[in-house]
Design a protein around this ligand. Sequence first.
Ligand code: GLY
Length: 394
Amino acid sequence: MAVFLRRIITCFSLCVLVISCEYATTNKSELDERQILNTISDRLYAGIVELDTSRLPRSVEGGKVRFTSPGSWTSGFFPGILWMMASYEPTKKWSDKARKYTELLENVKYETGHHDLGFMLYNSYGRGYSATNNPAYREVLFTGAASLASRYDTLMGAIKSWDRPGKWQYPVIIDNMINLEFLLWVSKESGDSTYMDIAISHADETLKNHFRPDYSSYHVVDYDTVTGEPVWRGTHQGLSDSSDWARGQAWGLYGYTMMYRETGHVRYLNQAKSIAQYLLDHSNMPEDLIPYWDLKDPEIPNTHRDVSAAAIIASALLELSDYVKDNQQLTYLTAGRKILTNLDRLYTYENDDIRLFYLDQSVGSKPKNGEVGVPVIYADYYFVEALMRSLERQ
Ligand code: GLY
């Protein structure tokens, strides 16, 4: 009897061992976030010491670094990366650099001619304020949020993205979802609920008007300024008005995940889950999960990938995994980490003369043939953010 019992116990232990090994294998990530972040840190710092402190890197074109003015939508990403490095390796060398590049953007707080202030100020001053509590940074953020909110109109219930009279009346682009995080932060920090109300109204209008039944999104929706209703839906950076511009899909996923975090409204979580499913199940999504620049480009597979879209999707999926359970959680975590692993393996920028950029192969604007198949700063920003999110979730 004792022998029989021992055999049963042995057999049971073996089964437990096999099941746990299998579980470990399916959960095992080949991703070594620290090793990648350490490499980025070494490379980037070596690049920065050679850099003029008044220049903000934006991309590489024709083998040369292209810099941006503080007034461009991309200006906040480089300081944002430096603040993330300062949080990963809390040393004065990073915070000194982060501070210098952030402060180049101060006058952006007065910008009322476009909607990109969240990209610019929240990524730079916002990260800087959370690292330093510097009251001067808080003032920049508050003034900047008032400038952004000045572009909101109650009739449309949304923030106007661009001023293009003659072409559009009141264009709102899907990218604008990202600026809402800035308004939500200022609302919490100041206690002024107006900013929260604007962000929620904008997110609701976008949810209603930008999405197709399959949860893909239009890039641009133009609103009639008399009726407040959409009059045109199309694209500016995608292949066609009915196509699926990859970075636009990524902004939608990231934006609704963030809106759920900040408001707790389940409609935003459902939207983010539906966008995630649409992306992960897309028949043109490649095996490595690095999307083509437009998911409906008929040239696929002989067209460009967009690494920036992949990095944004990875960062969003890692956050979204916190808000779901079981298989769905594993699906998002696995997909997010798979993207990061593949970006690091297959899409790094191999140029020892230019060390300010880590990832290659993004697409800025293919219709304008601008920054196509090159490193762009926002790909690195979301890559670093996603690596840190992945580390936090181990
Ligand atoms: N406007 C932001 C982008 O090009 O994705």
